[in-house]
Design a protein around this ligand. Structure first.
Ligand code: SAM
Length: 216
């Protein structure tokens, strides 16, 4: 696994970039397959613009990096291959205009408001429209455990609560019809949960085969 991002972050003397250090191994593990393949990457939450530059350097010259931020000043962080959309991450019209201009999005990183309703709304607006081999990563999901943010252990309606239901949905074929096989079931390969980060990886799903073999 490369340590490009970790090194880039620690040696960054350019624009402000704000990340938890343990996220870098997670990025490297899941983003590697997109490197050098000219992906379109959307990050929700631009702030100082440093992360957009970091993604550009990591994903390579052919990549297109899109940012969404509610703060109009973030428009200043646009440059060659980096485009910023201004508006709220839960605004369907904004998301529609992003897809109008960029129909194929490979990677989404939600580092926006971190408010639970925003995390859920963005996921619902974006996930099913990503490339069939795309990836959706949500940062700082610990808000789902903070009471002042509407969270709490086992509490209904949090982002983590939604993830738990999505784990059931991913396994719908094994519920003997109790859960319908949904578009999510058909299009999702994995859900990886880390401390404060959840990663959904898309891949068209086919028939399951349980095969037994034995030695000759
Ligand atoms: C944590 S900062 C982003 C940090 C940046 N990704 C980085 O790594 O340095 C969060 C950003 O989300 C933006 N934000 C807050 N509420 C938002 C919303 N509803 N929609 C879009 N962006 C929002 C803030 O203006 C802020 O710039």
């Amino acid at each position: 696994m490369s340590d490009f991002l970790h090194r880039y972050f620690l040696n960054n003397h350019s624009k402000r970039c704000h990340k938890w250090l343990h996220y870098f191994d997670i990025y490297e593990r899941h983003f590697d397959r997109f490197r050098g393949k000219s992906p379109t990457v959307l990050e929700i939450g631009v702030h100082g613009g440093g992360s957009l530059e970091m993604w550009k350097a990591y994903f390579g010259p052919g990549s297109r990096i899109l940012g969404i931020d509610i703060n109009e000043k973030c428009k200043q962080h646009e440059s060659e291959g980096i485009e910023v959309f201004i508006g709220s991450q839960d605004d369907p019209d904004l998301i529609e205009s992003v897809f109008q201009q960029h129909p194929k999005i490979d990677v989404v990183i939600d580092d926006g408001s971190h408010e639970i309703p925003h995390q859920i709304a963005s996921f619902q607006l974006l996930y099913s429209r990503l490339d069939p081999s795309g990836l959706y990563l949500v940062e700082d999901v610990y808000h789902s455990y903070h009471e002042r943010r509407g969270g709490g252990i086992g509490r209904d309606g949090t982002f983590i609560d939604m993830v738990k239901h999505k784990i059931d949905e991913l396994n719908a074929a094994h519920t003997r019809g109790d859960l319908p096989i949904s578009d999510f079931t058909r299009s999702t390969d994995s859900i990886c949960c880390y401390d404060s980060v959840v990663v959904f990886e898309r891949r068209p799903q086919g028939l399951r085969q349980a095969v037994a073999t034995r030695a000759m």
